[in-house]
Design a protein around this ligand. Structure first.
Ligand SMILES: C[S@@+](CC[C@H](N)C(=O)[O-])C[C@H]1O[C@@H](n2cnc3c(N)ncnc32)[C@H](O)[C@@H]1O
Length: 219
């Protein structure tokens, strides 16, 4: 996985601008649930890559303290280069977000964009539980990712199970594998992980933004 993105880091932003339909709309909707504030709120970005979402997040919260976690050294290097002006506001960690210690009630927002579609349902559920625990009361988890229909999801899970039987090391992230889920599965997994509310905040064909609240929204 890291190698795959290391090789693509230089051309990654251009590739995304061309391949994600409604590119700006998508990233703007990722940042939309973040409140407009000058405060140094704490945001964790899982699979931050080159930080495409950060430009949109800083528009809403220019003084946010961002911790970005990613496996790829080259993607992180690109992020640092692009956001040099934000200096000490950004902390980067080269690690798997499956191993990263998210902590307890530490973050105002946790975001993840185009990075979770490599995980199985079980892996996502475990990670979502850790994310839920890591958010402060009132915190939000925002995920933007590819989505498919329920039928396509079943097909790709079957293909993945077959692949994993052949190559057991795939379970440790050795390969770049895409298993996007349907919006329904995503919402069910978030609720099963303990979020009080989870909804599709935006959906345009193959991409969607999910917003999950740690606590019930005030009436
Ligand atoms: C498609 S890119 C998305 C980057 C950025 N969030 C964006 O929207 O442009 C996916 C990123 O997730 C990272 N990634 C995938 N699996 C990961 C894992 N288990 N732990 C940390 N980073 C991971 C990859 O290295 C890559 O940089």
């Amino acid at each position: 996985m890291a190698e795959f993105f290391d090789r693509r880091a230089a051309s990654y932003d251009e590739h995304m601008r061309r391949s994600v339909a409604e590119f700006s709309d998508f990233y703007r909707n990722v940042a939309k649930p973040i409140r407009r504030t000058e405060e140094p709120i704490a945001i964790l970005d899982l699979g931050c890559g080159t930080g495409l979402e950060l430009a949109f997040i800083f528009e809403k919260a220019p003084n946010a303290r961002i911790t970005g976690v990613d496996l790829s050294r080259e993607m992180l290097a690109k992020l640092s280069e692009k956001h040099r002006d934000k200096g000490e506001q950004i902390t980067l960690v080269r690690a798997s977000f499956l191993d990263f210690e998210i902590g307890e009630e530490r973050w105002d927002y946790i975001v993840s964009v185009m990075a979770m579609h490599h995980l199985t349902r079980g892996e996502k559920l475990r990670l979502y539980r850790a994310i839920h625990k890591g958010l402060k009361p009132g915190g939000l988890y925002i995920e933007g990712d590819y989505v498919v229909t329920e039928e396509e999801e079943e097909e790709s899970l079957k293909r993945y199970a077959e692949f994993r039987r052949k190559y057991p090391e795939a379970a440790n992230g050795a390969y770049h594998i895409d298993i996007p889920f349907s919006p329904g599965t995503q919402v069910r997994l978030l609720l099963a992980a303990g979020f009080a509310e989870a909804e599709v905040g935006w959906n345009n064909g193959k991409a969607a933004v999910f917003v999950a609240s740690k606590c019930p929204k005030p009436a």
